[in-house]
Design a protein around this ligand. Structure first.
Ligand code: HEC
Length: 137
């Protein structure tokens, strides 16, 4: 008898459980990745190659294909160097990190990097304003 009562409440509960799980699946749908991203592997938006964040100017695909295999493109973007230092960085990766010979792509890549990521204050973020400061505890 007790078993039947427990079963009865279990079934009642089960109803409410399934309601809450349908609420959950609605939330799940809200955060789903938009389908466009799936065919946007090489999408360029506002001059930026969306997948890597690299500026989509001449030669960027050569950079995507040779410079984002081992580390994120962010490592490339956050560095700003002149031609000599970009060249030295590439030589360093070839010597110590198994970066392959780039052949004539090397100049294409360096031209791209010097044009888009030169050693300037360009990369500096703008000043903070409207900050809610808080006290560390
Ligand atoms: C074969 C793997 C590989 C490839 C391909 C590669 N890198 Fe690297 N790179 C590395 C490794 C490993 C590091 C060191 C990462 C670390 O310190 O966390 C590095 C570091 C860097 C750094 C930071 C250097 C520093 O002084 O901190 C830059 C900039 C960079 N890579 C640019 C490039 C560019 C540009 C290309 C394309 C020509 C490229 N990488 C391709 C392996 C690679």
């Amino acid at each position: 008898m007790a078993f039947i009562i427990i079963l009865f409440f279990y079934l009642l509960n089960y109803e409410s459980l399934s309601i809450s799980s349908s609420v959950l699946s609605e939330e799940y749908q809200l955060v789903k990745k938009p389908d466009v991203m799936e065919d946007a592997y090489d999408m360029v938006k506002d001059g930026i190659h969306v997948r890597t964040g690299l500026k989509a100017s001449d030669g960027y695909m050569t950079v995507v294909n040779n410079c984002t295999n081992c580390h994120s493109a962010k490592l490339v973007i956050q560095n700003r160097m002149n031609e000599d230092r970009w060249r030295a960085t590439i030589k360093w990766m070839q010597k110590t990190q198994n970066l392959w010979e780039l052949g004539e792509n090397e100049q294409i890549i360096i031209d791209y990097l010097v044009l888009n990521y030169p050693p300037e204050l360009k990369g500096r973020r703008s000043n903070l304003d409207n900050v809610d400061w808080y006290v560390l505890e």
